[in-house]
Design a protein around this ligand. Sequence first.
Ligand code: UDP
Length: 243
Amino acid sequence: MKQRFFNVLGIPIIHSNHHSFIDLLEGQIKENKKTFVVTANPEIVMRALNDKGYEGYLKKADYITADGIGIVIASKILNQPLPGRVSGTDMMLDLLEIANQKRHRVYFLGAAEFVLQLLLKNVHERYPQVEIVGSHNGFFDWNDNNIEEEIKSTEPDLIFVALGVPKQEQWIAEHLDSFQKGVFMGVGGSFDVIAGVVKRAPKTWQKLNLEWLYRLIKQPSRWRRMLVIPHFLVKVIFQKQRG
Ligand code: UDP
């Protein structure tokens, strides 16, 4: 099937809703097609504009989804409205559900050790048929670890990487060539959410597209990161004017 992409400041975002994208990933898993998914927000797009190295990592991605509501707003400004967010946490939850039904093999990379252990416990309890083939916390020596070897030898279908931006995209991009198969996805703070360490916004807030505000209230130290959003929107308006 031909995919449509929406270009925001040079970054191609897949034009898809959550369910179609999950179907697409299920197809990739079925066919053992190696796939790198980036779940993008304005911070990621702005980082790619300002950091060539990071832009290079995104170029290796097969699909970049609109995780942040800022990307969806940008699509409306540019008259190419996206159907909505395709969020990393929602995808991870649905993919775990599918993995539970199909007994897929899953590897978890990231977060603090205690968060990872809580996540593994919750996944084991809620999705008992998921085959957890391995895991590693996200605080390791970048040049001296056996994570790549472990993933190669255990051949997971799904590899969730929660190292935050930009490390998760960097890790996947730098190691991708070594693997034969697997859907690799950077999922940011999702391990903390599924571990139960960070509470997700209530459904009403999510429906009102205010998940970011809830997160900001709960973790006020994140406010600095949000300063990028007005800058992002100004750049999008310039993109619109250039036509
Ligand atoms: N993290 C990690 N290694 C690092 C830095 C961060 O494993 O070197 C983890 C962190 O503990 C958290 C996750 O990455 O579980 C996501 O962090 P953050 O909320 O900052 O994600 P972002 O908002 O950047 O996606």
